[in-house]
Design a protein around this ligand. Structure first.
Ligand code: MLT
Length: 412
């Protein structure tokens, strides 16, 4: 009889956001009259901007004519898009990244999950805690998690707590990990690291030979000057870091899917003989084998973002979400909640009142105010006692949510 991958049976039965959706659906079924405001999963609500829509329409027409029809594309992405990314996202910021270091994909979730394919199963992983659950779950699936301990930690993973006690700034690892995941602006806390703070991580990785997996999915929300948009703004990062980017939160592509990963040619790992091996060709080999490329249509849509109209239309949408974030942040603070995030990020991270656990607060908000958020404990042990709201909603619903919460303050 065939055997399954036992690692899957070690995981909690469902993925965090599936569990939240299950509970919300059950509540809605039991209370059909209630109008729920959904601020749980970070899914955008604004339509794609006009520049993208026009480009998508044109790309559809291309597919209708044998002279311009596109079948399989290059697995790592079309030159018309990788060239624009290299220029706009990197070279214009003074970063020397070339198109053949960029790999287009169907999103950062897939890439942050799949990157483990090119890394040894023996690597020791470190994550900030709370953390985007994909980093942990995919390492458990790949056999790097060890055992789930009663305190919710995995025995082979090093957790770097980020709580109000340390201002949400993780300390450098105590044991030297082989691979470190950082996500800034951070999901779920919405906090950022300054240039000097990020430099410590790059220097650490250079000193100890660790690989830095830097998730910059929320880069477009950065508004403060001292917050780097790319890890490659830090000197020496190209020799230690892979960067993940997403068009989901940047341009509303959560439904049509697109992202990219930068694997610099200067980034070297070691094989089991101790010899140096470049990661760029390994990732290319992985992608060309397991991935047939993102669609021509979607890539044409993304290309339109790198135009004057595209850039300004996208900025307008992000400004809209950031204003929602400000309303949530200020509104919650005004009624006495401790909040961080929401300045360079669409996420607001709230301390739950009193001794309420994250899931108790989830039930409380859902039942009393009909507001859905994500329990902090779902993002890791240090997320217990916290709760995440997203700014991805209409202005109307954002204001309504604050009115509902402010009506009674936090006297619960
Ligand atoms: C989130 O809510 O954390 C994100 O939407 C999840 C994701 O990007 O996959």
């Amino acid at each position: 009889m065939f055997r399954i991958n036992d690692n899957y049976t070690k995981l909690p039965a469902s993925y965090l956001f599936s569990e939240v959706a299950r509970r919300v659906n059950a509540y809605q079924e039991a209370h059909p009259e209630v109008e729920i405001i959904r601020m749980g999963i970070g899914d955008v609500t604004r339509p794609l901007c006009k520049a993208v829509i026009d480009a998508l329409h044109k790309a559809v027409d291309d597919e209708a004519d044998s002279a311009t029809f596109h079948g399989y594309g290059p697995e790592q992405g079309y030159d018309f898009l990788t060239g624009k990314i290299a220029e706009y996202d990197y070279q214009r910021r003074g970063i020397d990244i070339s198109p053949d270091e960029i790999f287009i994909s169907d999103g950062a979730k897939s890439d942050t999950g799949n990157i483990g394919d090119i890394l040894a199963v023996t690597n020791r992983i470190a994550v900030t805690d709370p953390v985007y659950p994909v980093y942990i779950d995919t390492n458990v699936m790949g056999g790097r998690g060890g055992e789930l301990l009663p305190d919710g930690r995995w025995s082979n993973i090093e957790y770097l707590p980020c709580t109000s006690e340390n201002g949400f700034v993780p300390a450098l690892p105590k044991e030297i990990p082989d691979v470190i995941y950082l996500c800034y602006p951070n999901n779920p806390t919405g906090t950022t690291l300054t240039r000097d703070e990020l430099k410590k991580w790059v220097d650490y990785c250079r000193t100890y030979g660790s690989l830095l997996l830097f998730d910059a999915a929320y880069e477009a929300y950065i508004r403060e000057d001292d917050v780097p948009h790319s890890i490659y703004e830090i000197e020496g990062a190209k020799e230690v870091a892979i960067e993940f980017r997403s068009y989901s939160k940047t341009a509303g592509f959560t439904g049509i899917r697109l992202g990219y990963t930068v694997v610099p040619k200067a980034l070297l790992g070691r094989d089991s003989e101790g010899d140096e091996v470049a990661l760029n060709p390994l990732w290319r080999r992985r992608q060309t084998t397991k991935f047939n490329g993102a669609s021509y249509l979607t890539q044409r849509g993304a290309e339109a973002l790198y135009t004057e109209e595209g850039q300004s239309q996208v900025k307008e949408t992000i400004d809209y979400y950031l204003e929602n974030a400000r309303i949530l942040r200020d509104g919650l603070a005004a009624v006495g909640y401790e909040v961080v995030g929401g300045v360079n990020s669409p996420y607001i991270w709230i301390k739950t009142p009193g001794t309420m656990t994250s899931w108790e607060f989830f039930d409380y908000l859902l039942d009393r105010y009909h507001i859905v958020g994500t329990p902090g404990s779902g993002f890791g042990p240090s997320g217990e006692g916290y709760f995440r709201l997203t700014a991805f909603n209409t202005r109307e619903n954002t204001l309504r949510a604050i009115e509902r919460l402010a009506g009674e303050g936090k006297n619960i």
